[in-house]
Design a protein around this ligand. Structure first.
Ligand code: F6P
Length: 400
């Protein structure tokens, strides 16, 4: 993969003064992810699968590196190490907390896969270390409730649109990374109301032209991917889209991010269900088989940069879509840039580079946010110090 510019994450940018790049400053949310979630994740991965001694030793080495060491490049013999050497430029040899947070997180996941020989020919090649956790989520009762809710969908079309959009939006709270925070209980009680709501605009963009292709950039597997797939089916069934391209991750990433196997697991789950869930699953299988639902896993999906550095072929994909829907917090960070934007910065300004109409459906789980009204920001700051990262709040934003 070659990003459109030789990105190191350290290049000066015009946004830098107004919106510094997020790094793991002491006391910050980013720092808590690096210091607490990453070590907790290593422990969870180690417990989930009986890896042999050499893989467990590699996990120990990574734990030591992230807790006490500095960033070490990938071994030169690691498949795909080349691009990371170029992208890592000034970061190797520095503490994990001192480099851009997005870069550090992405590289952590890449190093975890290297430790577990995910890319090396042999018995562990292609074994998703997060698969046991994803499977447990998909088997859980939460999914049965989602399926049951499908049988109670409102008949009124606008109400139905809203219900399915909100299911996909709030599905973003189903993120295994959250369970790794202190306490491990997941996001707090969901707030009523959205901090920004361009839903009407989203439907208007889809209805303004003849049915075309909608790009849906997925986030988490299981309980988030299911309502995303249901939304994709709804767009196809209502003629809002002639085709849906579902963008997935190229390899396991950020714990629960969806890869192709996770789509197939969701379809298998619907096949074992009844009622609307089973019918929807059947339509999705047909759509996959006849090409109206297409899967893509571009290598840039796991790159440590924002979409402003996406390569030309991916930009062309998004440019040809009637709308690109970005799901989740990480995609939001990559869309607007992982920066401390003033929260009132217009969403359209932060996404001005994007090659086509774009929407974000996201629950707030990191410091980055744009496009809010000043009184709303004041209210949230005064009443709820952790509002940016608690996962209680959500937004729908559109730039077209
Ligand atoms: O699954 P999502 O919604 O992309 O959220 C993942 C989130 O996890 C974190 O990386 C922290 O682990 C957030 O900063 C990030 O954006």
């Amino acid at each position: 993969m070659t990003p459109s510019s030789p990105a190191t994450g350290t290049a000066a940018s015009p946004a830098e003064d107004r919106a510094p790049v997020v790094v793991g400053t002491p006391g910050s949310f980013a720092r808590s992810v690096l210091d607490e979630r990453h070590p907790a994740l290593l422990e969870r991965v180690r417990r989930a699968t009986p890896y042999p001694p050499e893989l467990r030793a590699a996990l120990d080495g990574l734990l030591e590196e992230v807790t006490e060491g500095v960033i070490e490049p990938l071994d030169g013999t690691e498949p795909g190490a080349g691009p990371w050497l170029a992208w890592g430029g000034g970061h190797y040899g520095r503490p994990w907390s001192e480099v851009p947070f997005l870069w550090a997180e992405s590289f952590f996941y890449r190093k975890l896969l290297a430790a577990l020989r995910y890319f090396r020919p042999g018995p562990w090649q292609g074994v998703d270390p997060f698969a046991p956790m994803k499977a447990a989520e998909l088997a859980g009762g939460g999914v049965d409730s989602e399926f049951a809710a499908l049988d109670r969908l409102p008949g009124d079309p606008p109400e139905r649109d809203r219900a399915l959009l909100h299911a996909a939006l709030w599905g973003n709270r189903a993120d295994l990374g959250f369970r790794l925070s202190a306490g491990g209980t997941g996001p707090g009680e969901r707030a009523t109301g959205l901090v920004a709501d361009d839903s009407a605009r989203l439907w208007a963009v889809l209805e303004a032209s003849a049915p075309g292709t909608v790009c849906l950039v997925a986030d988490n597997a299981g309980p988030e991917l299911l309502p995303d797939l249901v939304l994709a089916d709804h767009l196809l069934a209502t003629g809002r889209a002639a085709a849906v391209v579902l963008h997935l991750k190229a390899y396991p990433y950020y714990v629960s991010d969806a890869v192709t196997a996770d789509v197939l697991a969701c379809l298998a789950r619907t096949a074992a269900a009844s009622g609307r869930a089973a019918e929807t699953g059947e339509r999705l299988r047909r759509a996959l088989a006849d090409g109206r639902l297409e899967l893509r896993a571009h290598p840039f999906s796991c790159a440590p940069f924002g979409y402003d550095r996406m390569p030309g072929d991916l930009a062309a994909d998004f440019a040809s879509a009637t709308l690109t829907i970005m799901k989740g917090d990480l995609n939001y960070r990559r869309l607007v840039g992982d920066r401390h934007w003033p929260a009132e910065t217009p969403f359209a300004e932060a996404t001005a580079y994007f090659p086509g109409p774009v929407a974000a459906l996201r629950t707030l789980k990191s410091d980055v946010v744009t496009g809010l009204e000043a009184p709303a920001v004041e209210r949230l700051e005064a009443s709820e110090p952790g509002w940016r990262t608690s996962g209680r709040h959500a937004l729908v934003q559109v730039s077209a």
